[in-house]
Design a protein around this ligand. Structure first.
Ligand code: ADP
Ligand code: GLC
Length: 487
């Protein structure tokens, strides 16, 4: 008997950002690489993205798939399908883009205006994303491509799972991936009427969250499976300490919740080819790294002293990242002979405090406030240690980038940091306290002074494989299980 191979699984990924077009954090890196890795592993993958100007501009020869309106305040909505133009390394899979100028054609960030405040119509902007995701998944918008699975990322796309659940005829299953539970997409309860969902969904076992409307809860309550981006964070979020108030919902769904570690796009993060670097290197020959360090010291106004370990941070400056701990520990780090280089933006008080630290310690502390993709590569290549002292960290990518660049991670043992860094590749501390950070830093600095030990750790770290293919295989297994297919 001959067996007919099953057709490739069709999966629609819905998300709000994609590297390199629109990026506020690691979510964009994931959306720019995971679909590609899944396609390479044999799945039939498409993306759904909001038509933010940078995204619309990047799609070559988009084909009109659907035209409609008025929806969520937008008179005109056109769903277009295309591939990204050459040179956009984000990905090669096909993308549906929601061209809805009323909601998306504006300058500013994907979630906030230029004044840093959330867009007033975020409810409409991301309800449309979810609505379109579900209608595509149900075969309503593009009958030529009916996905088996809708894979929605973070609160921005979470309502896709709710719309799908509300439709009795939809055969597609859904997966919701939590990239960060701290951002839930909360709106006034009264706005629920604008969504066009069944009233019964506005209950605590649905979208209701302490008198508010939570988009995130749409994913948590209505997706068939839940994932997050590390096994440790998957456990942590079922506890009050990390559960952001939805630990009860997550505990109740523990059997459907799993953690799959993010990967690294090594075509973009490779010190032997990285075009952003002044010199190249690999695990066999790290000479180029010394040149990267000297260049970084110059670029950040640090004394060009090869013996001083450079501790670097590349991060959003937010409560999550624990950088107040780094500030408090700074005097001790400097007393140990370290230099400090930080590239980040976010919280105004932290931005000011780091700028003041740089002014107080010329030649020892260098600060760049802002967001700069190529500078991030140079900082990660040139530093000796990459510091990630997060209070919580769903996965974290910068420690993985650091490892590939022979820049040893100094991290808090939490979430994905605990799952990716060990004593042979980096340095860990437990308490979210400056003294614990300082103690681990002291140990790290001491270790770095031993050239053999340092070299051994760098080689271990650089040769760890955190590429996307392994993560893609885990997602594929999950998809197959969800569809009742053989693993
Ligand atoms: P999160 O998504 O919580 O911000 P991750 O570690 O998963 O944390 O991803 C952060 C991503 O954003 C990485 O690609 C990192 O290099 C990048 N990044 C963070 N801050 C900056 C910055 N100021 N300039 C350039 N890149 C940054
Ligand atoms: C979130 C998390 C981060 C994770 C990223 C991509 O922004 O804060 O830990 O790496 O999403 O999944």
């Amino acid at each position: 008997m001959t067996t007919i191979p099953a057709p490739p699984l069709r999966v629609l990924h819905a998300a709000a950002e994609i590297f390199p077009l629109v990026k506020t954090g690691g979510l964009a890196d994931v959306v720019g690489a995971l679909p590609q890795a899944l396609a390479a592993a044999g799945a039939d993958i498409r993306l759904l993205l909001p038509g933010l100007p940078a995204i619309l501009d990047a799609v070559s020869r988009p084909r009109k798939i659907f035209e409609g309106g008025s929806l969520f305040g937008a008179a005109r909505i056109t769903l277009r399908l295309g591939r990204f133009k050459d040179g956009i390394k984000g990905c090669d899979v096909r993308a549906y883009v929601l061209d809805a100028p009323w909601l998306y054609a504006r300058s500013g960030g994907p979630y906030q205006g230029p004044d840093g405040r959330p867009w007033d119509d975020n409810l409409q902007r991301f309800a449309l994303l979810g609505w379109a995701a579900a209608h595509l998944a149900a075969g309503e918008l593009d009958p030529a491509w009916r996905p088996d699975i809708l894979h929605a990322h973070d609160w921005h796309a979470a309502l896709g799972c709710s719309y799908l659940r509300a439709h009795p005829g939809a055969h597609a299953r859904s997966i919701f991936t939590i990239h960060n539970l701290a951002y839930q997409g909360l709106f006034a309860q009264d706005d629920f009427a604008a969504l066009g969902l069944p009233q019964r969904f506005m209950r605590p076992d649905g979208l209701e969250f302490h008198g508010q409307l939570s988009f995130m809860k749409g994913g948590l309550a209505h997706a068939d499976r839940l994932t997050t981006v590390s096994p440790t964070y998957a456990r942590e979020i079922t506890t009050p300490e990390f559960g952001c108030g939805v630990e009860g919902v997550l505990s109740a769904r523990a059997a459907d919740l799993s953690g799959i570690l993010n990967g690294v796009d090594y075509s973009h993060w490779d010190p032997s080819t990285d075009p952003a670097l002044p010199a190249h290197y690999d695990p066999q020959d790290l000479t180029g790294k010394a040149a990267c360090k000297a260049a970084l010291q110059r670029e950040f106004g640090l004394t060009t002293d090869t013996a001083s370990p450079v501790i670097a941070v590349v991060s959003r400056l937010s409560e999550q990242k624990g950088l107040d701990l780094a500030l408090a520990a700074l005097p001790e780090l400097l007393a140990e002979g370290a230099q400090f280089a930080i590239l980040g933006s976010g919280d105004a008080a932290l931005e000011r405090a780091f700028a003041e630290a740089a002014a107080a310690h010329p030649g020892r502390v260098g600060v760049r406030i802002g967001y700069d993709e190529t500078l991030a590569h140079r900082v990660i290549a040139g530093a000796d240690l990459i510091l990630v002292p997060s209070r919580f960290e769903p996965c974290g990518l910068t420690q993985l980038y650091g490892m590939r660049y022979g820049t040893l991670p100094l991290v808090r043992r939490v979430g994905g940091l605990a799952d990716t860094v060990d004593r042979s590749t980096g340095f860990l501390f437990d308490a979210a306290e400056p003294a614990a950070l300082a103690e681990a830093a002291r140990h790290a600095i001491l270790t770095l002074r031993d050239p053999l030990r340092r070299r051994a750790m760098q080689q271990q770290a650089m040769s760890r494989d955190h590429g996307w293919p392994a993560a893609a295989q885990q997602y594929l297994s999950l998809y197959r299980a969800l569809m009742g297919r053989q693993p």
